[in-house]
Design a protein around this ligand. Structure first.
Ligand code: SAM
Length: 252
């Protein structure tokens, strides 16, 4: 997961979608919970490094070596020394107690439902009394509503790289509406301008999705107090049927 080409293209595709920027919400959250923060699944540091640069004290835990190698390379360029741990959160051992914990960019949805709940319980144990928790999830409405045909390849992302080659990601999915899970194959390619594929990678990803009531229940079960949410990365937007939900909770 998050290796090789997929890892290299991760930030490029995110940065190509300006509506998918949640850094303003993260920053507002960290201002409310000053002190030491942890990002679960910090990846290549897309969100973590700019926050460090602004003076926030954010550590990261990340399971993918390739993503952390990208983070370290970028950190060196920015002359930053991030404290990051290469670990699966379920195995990560620490005595640090955090004032804020963030799970942005849908990372929680990569865990099975049981593992997501265990992770929230574990993170609660790593939180100071009164600490804040930030979670962003997405609801795959096009797949749920069959606006995207299952079992067929669909163009998902495309961007021209600085050397003129074209990076693409096509996606094919299967959906289980009863268990609220989505299974996706992704085909990452780099092509030249005559469309010859120079590099490619197939990736399989299993995702869970959650509506607001289930997330609130999971927060209660893991001893986090739900404090509110914003929809579609827009402060004050309370559309609970939106595609993007950012939840806030506190350790009480
Ligand atoms: C969608 S990416 C988000 C990366 C980063 N937060 C960002 O916004 O750019 C999810 C990240 O979570 C990491 N991840 C997934 N499962 C994990 C686990 N069990 N423990 C630690 N990191 C994990 C993945 O390797 C990946 O880098």
């Amino acid at each position: 997961m998050y290796k090789d080409l997929e890892a290299r293209l991760h930030d490029i595709f995110w940065n190509n979608e300006p509506d998918a920027d949640e850094s303003h919400l993260l920053e507002k959250f960290l201002l409310k919970y000053p002190g030491k923060a942890l990002e679960l699944g910090c990846g290549s540091g897309r969100l973590l490094l700019p926050l460090l640069q602004k003076g926030y004290n954010v550590e990261g835990v990340e399971i993918s070596k390739d993503m952390l190698a990208l983070l370290q390379r970028e950190a060196q360029k920015m002359r930053l020394c991030p404290q990051v741990y290469l670990a699966d959160i379920s195995q990560h051992k620490t005595s640090t107690q955090y004032d804020a914990i963030t799970i942005p960019a849908f990372t929680l949805q990569l865990f099975s439902r049981d593992a997501a709940l265990s992770t929230l319980i574990k993170l609660r144990g790593m939180a100071c009394e009164g600490a804040g928790l930030y979670i962003t999830v997405f609801i795959p409405w096009p797949e749920i509503l069959d606006a995207l045909e299952p079992d067929a390849w669909h163009p998902d992302k495309e961007t021209t790289l600085s050397d003129g080659t074209i990076a693409r990601c096509k996606t094919r999915h299967q959906i289980d509406r009863t268990s609220q899970s989505l299974s996706r194959d992704q085909h990452y390619t780099i092509s030249d301008n005559s469309n010859t594929i120079l590099e490619e990678q197939y990736v399989h990803q299993d995702l869970e999705w959650y509506l607001l009531p289930e997330l609130i229940l999971m927060l209660n079960q893991s001893r986090w107090k739900f404090d509110g949410y914003d929809a579609d990365f827009s402060l004050g937007n309370k559309d609970s049927d939106a595609s993007l939900l950012t939840l806030y909770a506190s350790a009480v």
